[in-house]
Ligand binder design. Structure first.
Ligand code: ADP
Length: 386
């Protein structure tokens, strides 16, 4: 291979987020080097400069980042002490370990948000079932580390339910955080990109729907959201990004309560499922702005390109292998404006294997088109639905 013409960006983790970073990296002429967890995973199919190895092993991390100027992440699971070691070796770790720990550990995140005066659900770290009972049922118990897509989250109504959460936490060697069970109207997400120079760009606040703890649908912008509340959500995201010195994309998941407040649920410091709509619905996608931010390039506009954009995830269903590739002729012919994104992942029930974006002036029409396409690719609809 010829010598790279631009600084090399290392990406740790071979999932769909790293895969989707590759698209703007091609356009920007930015060489990527991937650490993939196994051969042939989603991003390893598209990033040629790659190593296979374990992101929990410091020597592997040192080897994959050799000659790179910056390292960024597809996920938040690299041990904090390894990130410090890489930073001490002179590598720009973006987001840095001091920031990333707030996306890794929910107890650390809650403490810091309290200090910043950011509105959160009532919460406490609890050591025992008795502690949880004293906090008050019903509540939500969460493992402080290692949870994702609703794993590590329990809605608990009594001591028996709490016991299950404590057993799982002690098996994983992590603590338990109790939170009030928020009576929310819907879930919102505020995404911002922030660069090391301190430039920031805020995307419109979106509404997301989760099914069984997994994001299923996103509407951008959140319909009928009070502009005051939207502004507040964006200010919260910008405040957190600045105070924690986040570089790259920060996603702030929020609850909109029935009485008209926003409370922070959790943070992610990487491109996020609630930002996939930006690939087709915003001037600059979250993936491009993540790359621009971590390379400290000026950020692109986060402005929407259309009045509405709807993203629907394609999750593996009960059918053998859905209809991912075989379904394309139908969804493409039915809707030439539809945008399809597939991740090259093996089909497993409940697994995110792709998403679709539909944009336009009419929200109901966008919802129908995106839902139809996702259901078709999943194999849920028969020919009679034509
Ligand atoms: P994960 O790390 O798995 O994404 P979250 O903390 O985002 O976990 O919780 C997953 C889902 O559980 C949320 O999207 C929300 O629907 C629900 N949930 C989490 N915390 C609360 C809470 N305090 N009150 C009500 N529902 C909650």
């Amino acid at each position: 291979m010829p010598a790279p013409l631009a600084p090399v960006l290392a990406v740790i983790g071979g999932g769909q987020l790293a895969r989707m970073m590759a698209q703007p990296a091609i356009a920007l002429g930015l060489p990527l080097r991937l650490l993939a967890e196994a051969e042939g995973v989603s991003a390893a199919q598209v990033i040629v400069d790659q190593q296979v190895g374990d992101h929990r092993d410091l020597d592997t991390l040192r080897s994959v980042t050799q000659g790179c100027s910056v390292v960024t992440f597809d996920h938040e699971h690299v041990p904090t002490e390894h990130l410090h070691a890489l930073a001490e070796g002179g590598l720009a770790v973006r987001p840095g370990p001091e920031a990333l720990v707030h996306a890794q550990d929910k107890a650390v995140m809650r403490r810091r948000l309290d200090e910043l005066g950011v509105p959160s659900p009532r919460h406490a770290v609890v050591e025992s079932v008795a502690d949880a009972a004293a906090f008050g049922f019903p509540c939500v118990l969460k493992t402080t580390r290692g949870g994702y897509d609703g794993k590590g989250v329990w809605v608990v109504r009594d001591a028996a339910g709490a016991r299950e959460a404590f057993e799982a936490a002690s098996a994983a060697g992590v603590q338990v955080l109790a939170e009030e069970l928020v009576d929310f109207r819907r879930e919102l997400s505020a995404l911002v990109a922030r660069s090391p120079s301190g430039q920031a760009a805020a995307y419109p606040v979106v509404a997301s729907t989760q099914v069984d703890g997994v994001c299923s649908e996103v509407v951008a912008p959140a319909p009928d959201l009070d502009p005051e509340l939207a502004g507040q959500a964006q200010r919260i995201a910008l405040t957190i990004a600045g105070a924690l010195d986040v570089t790259g994309i920060l996603a702030v998941e929020l609850f909109e309560t029935s009485d008209g407040r926003v409370l922070v649920n959790e943070l992610a410091m990487r491109p996020h499922n609630t930002g996939h709509w930006t690939q087709d619905g915003a001037v600059t996608s979250q993936f491009e702005n993540h790359l621009r931010a971590v390379m400290d390039l000026p950020l692109g506009s986060p402005a929407p390109r259309a009045r509405w954009t709807v993203m629907v995830n394609v999750l593996g269903g009960p059918h053998d292998a859905g209809r991912l590739y075989d379904g394309l002729p139908h969804v493409m012919a039915r809707d030439p404006h539809l945008r399809v994104h597939l991740y090259g992942k093996d089909w497993r029930p409940g697994r995110k294997v792709g998403h679709v974006n539909a944009y336009g002036d009419d929200l109901e029409d966008c919802l129908e088109r995106a839902r139809h396409a996702a259901a078709w690719l999943r194999g849920d609809l028969g020919d009679e639905s034509e």
